[in-house]
Ligand binder design. Structure first.
Ligand SMILES: Cc1cc2nc3c(=O)[nH]c(=O)nc-3n(C[C@H](O)[C@H](O)[C@H](O)COP(=O)(O)O)c2cc1C
Length: 339
């Protein structure tokens, strides 16, 4: 039943983007242009994911991304100290931060159960590797399983765990780094160089992503050995994306002039537009994920609703200045121009 993404008409993938941007409407638009769409299964309950899947099921060609739970316990002292530090930010909105670490597996078991009971063509895994038995169970129902990796070492581990392919993410990517170790900040490297290094380490088909800013970047990544190329940031401002107004506006705000890697919002390294929150707190942010994510969540949501870009995680890759408005299908066709 499954259709691997390397059989897609165009070698262009819409990267999964949790927190709103990846909508079923975006998936339909991407597929209509010949690209391969992903739904983002992170941060949603299994029921909501099931509903999104049913809206794209007829496409026949799509993937679903899920977060592999982080098992390391939170550093409670560091979390408390960080909570005290950022409370004055929350005071601006009358919010009281809760420093107690929230234990959370992002509903991993429920989503796995769903994806086994109602199989989808492709599942991609982010933030680590599950039990190899879980990978085998997905494959058993006809699903191709991809692991997101950020180094040749992670690629080797994914190969050993039995996945069918890799999403090789360079550090120029917008949003969270897929690193399997949240305490590590991925070292700077061009995505095409990372692809070449991973290709030398393991023989698996690869989707390359990170910092794609147009068709030339796509051509470079394909030449480096990737079977297809994923874009996230370039889709954020498109008509069908569910990106918030605050995030959309920030991408063109002349005051926000660069992206940086930060763990200040969630405890995991992620690339975002540099703003005041990062400048004030980055040096003090603990490495505890998802505890820091939960600590700052209400503050980020409230500030986002108020259009306050100073306190929001404005995920963006280095190519953000090339993110344009208009139909997503146009972006997908444009990216494939040079390949
Ligand atoms: C807003 C946003 C949300 C993201 N959410 C996810 C996610 O849920 N799962 C995931 O594997 N990657 C996520 N990413 C990373 C993308 O899948 C992809 O690796 C990245 O966008 C590629 O780099 P680019 O943004 O430079 O194109 C997200 C990226 C952004 C910008």
């Amino acid at each position: 039943m499954s259709e691997a993404l390397w059989d897609s008409p165009l070698p262009i993938v819409a990267a999964p983007m949790a927190g709103g941007p990846s909508t079923p409407a975006l998936a339909v638009a991407v597929a209509s242009a010949g690209g391969f769409p992903f739904l983002a299964g992170g941060y949603v309950r299994a029921e909501a994911l099931a509903a999104a899947i049913e809206r794209v099921r007829d496409l026949g060609r799509f993937g679903v991304n899920v977060f592999v739970p982080t098992t390391a316990p939170a550093d409670e002292r560091a979390l408390r100290a960080y909570s005290v530090r950022i409370q004055p930010e929350a005071d601006r909105y009358g919010l009281r931060l809760n420093p107690r670490p929230v234990v959370d597996d992002d509903h991993w078991s429920e989503k796995l159960e769903l994806l086994i009971a109602h199989p989808v063509p492709v599942v991609s895994l982010t933030f680590g590797l599950p039990d190899p038995g879980d990978i085998a169970a997905l494959q058993h129902v006809g699903t191709h399983v991809l692991a997101s990796v950020t180094s040749p070492e992670e690629a080797r581990a994914a190969h050993q765990a039995g996945v069918d392919g890799l999403v090789v993410q360079g550090p120029d990517a917008g949003g969270h780094s897929a690193t399997h170790d949240p305490t590590r900040v991925p070292e700077p490297i061009r995505t095409e160089d990372l692809v070449a290094r991973v290709r030398a380490a393991v023989e698996l088909p690869m989707v390359a992503c990170g910092g794609v800013d147009g068709p030339d970047a796509v051509a470079r990544l394909l030449a480096a050995g990737a079977q297809s190329v994923a874009a996230g940031t370039l889709l954020l401002r498109t008509d069908e994306a569910g990106t918030s107004a605050t995030h959309r506006d920030a991408l063109t705000d002349p005051a926000l002039t660069e992206t940086v890697m930060t763990r200040s919002f969630t405890g995991r390294p992620a690339r975002a537009l540099r703003n005041g929150f990062i400048d004030r707190h980055e040096a003090h942010a603990p490495t505890s994920y998802p505890a820091v994510h939960h600590l700052t969540r209400d503050l980020r949501r409230t500030a986002g609703e108020a259009g306050d870009t100073d306190l929001v995680h404005l995920w963006a890759g280095t190519g953000y200045r090339s993110a344009h408005t208009g139909p997503a299908a146009d972006v997908i066709r444009w990216l494939a121009e040079a390949s």
